[in-house]
Design a binder for this molecule. Sequence first.
Ligand code: ADE
Length: 252
Amino acid sequence: MTSTHTPIWRATVLTLFPEMFPGPLGISLAGRALASGLWTLEARDIRASATDRHRSVDDTPAGGGPGMVLRADVLAAAIDATGLPQDHPRLVMSPRGRPLTQARVAELAAGPGPLIVCGRFEGIDQRVIDARGLEEVSIGDYVLSGGEIAAMTVIDACVRLLPGVMGKLESGTDESFSDGLLEYPQYTRPQIFEDRGIPEVLASGDHAKVAKWRRAEAERLTESRRPDLWAARPIAPESGKKRKPPKITTDG
Ligand code: ADE
C-alpha cells in the first residue's frame, strides 16, 4: 500500500436512455476493467430531474422550426444533482463540438473522469451549455441519432489508457495517433495466405531493420490517407529535427 491515494476514474453519463449503459462498455477490455474496479460508470436518467406532471424534458424551439429542444432547467437540475466536484470535466456530445483527439482522450483519462451529457432531439438549450460550462465534443463529421454512442466512444478511448487496463505497457503508446502517425501494417501466420507472403524484412530477425520498415510504412500510410495529420506531425521524418509548429487557428 502507498500513502498517496488516487481516486478511481469515474465516468458519469446523463442520458434519456440509461438502459443503453454499460452496453459495449460492459464487455471485453473495458468491461473486465469495470468489473475489477479499475473505473466506475454511472448512467443517470435526465428525466428524473423533470418537474412537471408529464415529466417533460424537451420543448419546441424558440423562433420556430422542426424538432424539440432539451430544456435548460431540467438538464441543469440533472447536472447539479450529480453532486460531482468542479474538477470533473463536463462534456456534451454534439456533432458541432470540437473534434475528439487522442490528446484530449489522454487528458481526460489522466483526470478524475468526465461528466458526459448525451443530447437527443434537435439540440440543447444554449443557456445550460453556457451556464454549466459544457465542453461540446464531436466524434466525427457525421450525425448520430443521439449522444450515447458518442459518449461510449469517449469513455472506451479513455478507459483503455487507465493504469492497469492494458496488458502491455507499450500497447497504449506505440499505436496510431500517439506519435501523430497511423499504425503500420501487421502480419501473422500462416506464412502464405492465398499466394500472399509476408514482407521479408519481418522474418529477418533484424530489430533495427524491422523498426525502420515499420516507421516508413506508418509515414507512407499517413501521408497518403491523412494529409491533415501528415502536415501537423511534430517531428520531420528521418531528420529527427522539430518541424515548424503548425499554424493554430483560434476561430472557435
Ligand atoms: N451526436 C450526434 N452526432 C454526434 C457526433 N458526430 N459526435 C458527437 N455527438 C453526436
